[in-house]
Design a binder for this molecule. Structure first.
Ligand code: NDP
Ligand code: MG
Length: 394
């Protein structure tokens, strides 16, 4: 069997590490082509020692020189490159079969799009890329014949529950609704008046998942579910009103699909990202992921409730952006990235996050998306508007 060549964008992050764990279990089937990192250079060095990639990509020339010297000393032939163009090149390289898109935020858009344009099997964790570029991204997938497989656990679950011809549309395939589950995050039951005082550490302590900082904050504010609502609309050709968010605190059901005959299909499993990673890597086959079998008796209860939009305005804002279309989702994402970074730096409170986003969305009208430049312009405008809000408050 010829081994598939895999590029892992964002290898040093939470999804990247889980991806390498799954790949290492199947060294007979997959070879690592390229690994990329941004700030965690020691982690990237150790990953190179373990996986012997042909390329490693880092942010700048100084990092590249230092890492190259260390790898040479260790006897490795890995070539270290740097910068955004190099990220896109290792994603689109003709030798590559599979690209794990696991850079966080807007920084992942260009390399993820490059992988889609080059017709790769794209394992999409970087939801922000799809939220920003929606139609453009899906067009690139169609034109190139890329295989787009969702890594987000909810979307991977929905993909598994949808019929094989789901791309014909929900009505044509008898799908009534998509039920997107949300854990509700760490603040689901906290008294409302305490929310403004929560710390980044509290927000990052997710009850069920261990993830990178940005998605942890998004999960606490429910912006993650808002981004996922937009992501689901693009991936599964759904309208926003066809996607319903259901809070399910145990995170055992990863999402559900409701059919017109009353059947509801769900995908269940332990909350461990290696399950969707292994699923998307091997699809339509199944491979071992290292995740233990679900123990339903130990789980005991599965609970459901409606999301509280007063407590979590970010979900409402994301739904509005999904309905507005055009550049609205790129602006929502950009304003959120600025707000989350400011919260992590303790410059604003947790409840300021939706305030900034709403302010930005109210100031900037949504425009039609023609090309990538339009999206980047909307992203920059929204970032500037959010920075202005922060400066005015300082
Ligand atoms: P992490 O913060 O753990 O990792 C992010 C990765 O992106 C790291 O490799 C980081 O490098 C790299 N990176 C950060 N900034 C840049 C940049 N400007 N240019 C290039 N690379 C950069 O995040 P996660 O792994 O948790 O999440 C990654 C993506 O997957 C996100 O879009 C998230 O929404 C999505 N996702 C994550 C899930 C999870 O369980 N973690 C679940 C579902 C989706 P370095 O660390 O070296 O700085
Ligand atoms: Mg998710």
């Amino acid at each position: 069997m010829t081994r598939k060549l895999v590029t892992v964008l964002g290898a040093t992050g939470s999804i990247g590490v889980n991806t390498l764990d799954v790949l290492a279990r199947h060294a007979d089937a997959y070879t690592v082509f390229a690994l990329t990192g941004h700030s965690r250079m020691q982690a990237l060095y150790e990953q190179c020692l373990a996986h012997h990639p042909r390329y490693a990509v880092v942010a700048d020339a100084a990092q590249a020189q230092a890492l190259q010297a260390r790898l040479q000393d260790a006897g490795l032939t890995t070539r270290v490159r740097h910068g955004e163009a190099a990220l896109a090149e290792v994603a689109a390289d003709e030798r590559v079969d599979v690209v794990m898109a696991a850079i966080v935020g807007a920084a992942g858009l260009v390399p993820t799009l490059a992988a889609a344009q080059a017709g790769k099997r794209v394992l999409l964790a970087n939801k922000e890329a799809l939220v920003m570029s929606g139609a453009l991204f899906m067009d690139a997938v169609r034109v190139s014949g890329a295989e787009l497989l969702p890594i987000d656990s909810e979307h991977n679950a929905i993909f598994q529950c949808l019929p094989a011809d789901y791309q014909r549309g929900m009505a044509a395939t008898g799908v009534r609704r998509i039920l997107l589950t949300a854990s509700g995050g760490p603040f689901r039951e906290m008294p409302l008046e305490q929310l403004s005082r929560v710390t980044p550490e509290q927000a990052c302590a997710h009850p069920n998942w261990s993830m990178g900082q940005k998605i942890s904050i998004d999960s606490a504010s429910l912006m993650n579910k808002g981004l996922e609502l937009i992501e689901a609309c693009w991936l599964f050709a759904a309208r926003p009103e066809q996607v319903e968010v259901v809070v399910h605190p145990q995170s055992v059901i990863h999402s559900l699909v409701d059919y017109v005959d009353g059947s509801v299909l769900a995908q269940l499993g332990n909350p461990d990202m290696r399950t969707p990673i292994a699923h998307a890597l091997a699809w339509p086959q199944r491979i071992d992921s290292g995740v233990s079998a679900l123990d339903l008796l130990a789980t005991g209860r599965l609970e459901f409730e409606a999301p509280d939009l007063q407590r979590f305005p970010c979900l409402r804002l994301a739904r509005h952006a999904a309905e507005a279309g055009g550049t609205a989702c790129a602006m929502l994402n950009a304003a959120n990235e600025v707000a989350v970074a400011a919260f992590l730096q303790r410059r604003i409170g947790f409840t300021d996050i939706p305030v900034i986003i709403e302010q930005v969305m109210n100031c900037l009208p949504s425009a039609q998306v023609i090309d990538l430049e339009h999206i980047m312009h909307a992203d920059q405008q929204a970032r500037q508007s959010a920075f202005d809000w922060l400066a005015a408050r300082a």
